[in-house]
Design a protein around this ligand. Structure first.
Ligand code: SF4
Length: 348
């Protein structure tokens, strides 16, 4: 099966030429996929193309997309979570988070995840495989079609560790930027941090995309190495101080600010002493800290930090001139935590 999603205008002109068609036929496919964002994703339905060309493409295994909708969950605040089936019968999640002006989509980059973070539902089931760029992009089309509006912002914060799928991650970012016409500045790549991969991300981004303007968000979740290792087992391979150094180099190389994600876990990392420790760690570094309320899942012992601890933490950082914001949970009432919808569906 060959998915056309993720193909550039040049790629599609080449496909047309290879079938003895004029290049404008390739541009018609391009418009169908990206400009019209048509709900009909079968090649047969691209009615601007001659019938015999459509038939040849279908017979040769071309498809626009390979995913299908399995389940959807709409929360009271409008957040929509989709469970999508892949052609090999696995499932992935994506989430649409609307506000008045924006529609942010949270994308998965892998089926499952090998990182095994202890607070995460996805990590419980290990990695099945990485997603192809076309499968990453298809999540955007599904959210747009279900929510009937265009996506404005993209975050790679769904299932999987994006930096372990770096080639398809960057291929999909190319397409999001050039084909879906979403600025790189409106794209965020979130990682738990893999040794050497922060440098590699900026290097490869400059090589493949010619620029590196998306936001890098590091899932730090701890103010010291010891706590980090208790909640993220892979952290033992990458000292927290080395992560910060690599992030500083990333900022120098790209000119982009780095965000640090900090999941507030009651009794684990939410005390005043942790806030002060985090301030010392980030002192003098132009960065941004996102404090996140935890969505509890049944299988693990972690609890959501109290609002009071959250506020003290936030004001401690703010008083020491560290840019900080509080990310409110969205769609909490509908299996909002990463990997929960997929896990519930498998348990049925
Ligand atoms: S939090 Fe992210 S990196 Fe960690 S196990 Fe879950 S999906 Fe993987």
């Amino acid at each position: 099966m060959k998915s056309l999603l993720g193909s550039s205008i040049k790629d599609l002109e080449t496909v047309a030429l290879n079938y003895g068609e004029a290049p404008f036929r390739g541009r018609q496919i391009y418009n169908w996929i990206y400009n019209f964002r048509n709900k009909n994703k079968n090649i047969d339905q691209i009615d601007v193309l001659p019938l015999d060309f459509r038939k040849k493409l279908s017979d040769d295994g071309f498809k626009i997309s390979e995913l299908s909708l399995k389940e959807k969950n709409l929360a009271n605040d409008g957040t929509l979570k989709l469970l999508l089936s892949t052609s090999d019968n696995e499932s992935i999640e994506c989430v649409g988070i609307p506000t008045e002006k924006r529609l942010t989509v949270c994308l998965s980059s892998q089926i499952g995840c090998p990182m095994d973070c202890r607070f995460c539902a996805t990590g419980k089931e290990g990695l099945k495989r990485s997603l192809k760029a076309s499968e990453i992009l298809d999540q955007i089309l599904f959210i747009e079609n279900e929510m009937n509006r265009k996506v404005t912002n993209v975050v790679f914060m769904g299932m999987g560790e994006p930096l372990l799928n770096i080639d398809d991650l960057l291929l999909s970012i190319r397409s999001i930027n050039e084909d879906f016409q979403i600025s790189q500045r409106k794209i965020t790549v979130s990682t738990v941090a893999i040794p050497k991969m922060i440098n590699k991300l900026s290097e490869k981004s400059f090589q493949i995309l010619g620029k590196c303007q998306f936001t890098l968000a590091i899932s730090l979740h701890a103010s010291n190495q010891k706590i980090r290792e208790t909640i993220i087992p892979s952290a033992k391979n990458y000292e927290i101080k080395n992560i910060i150094e690599d992030c500083k180099k990333y900022v120098r190389d790209t000119g982009r600010r780095v965000s640090f994600e900090y999941l507030m876990l009651s009794g684990v990392n939410d005390k005043l002493e942790h806030a002060n420790e985090l301030c010392n760690l980030l002192k003098g570094f132009q960065c941004h800290v996102n404090l996140i309320q935890y969505n509890q899942i049944d299988e693990v012992e972690f609890k959501r930090a109290s609002l009071k601890n959250l506020q003290i933490f936030q004001s401690t950082l703010s008083n020491q001139s560290i840019a900080v914001s509080l990310r409110k949970s969205r769609g909490l009432d509908k299996n909002a935590a990463c990997g929960q919808l997929r896990q519930n569906a498998r348990g049925k």
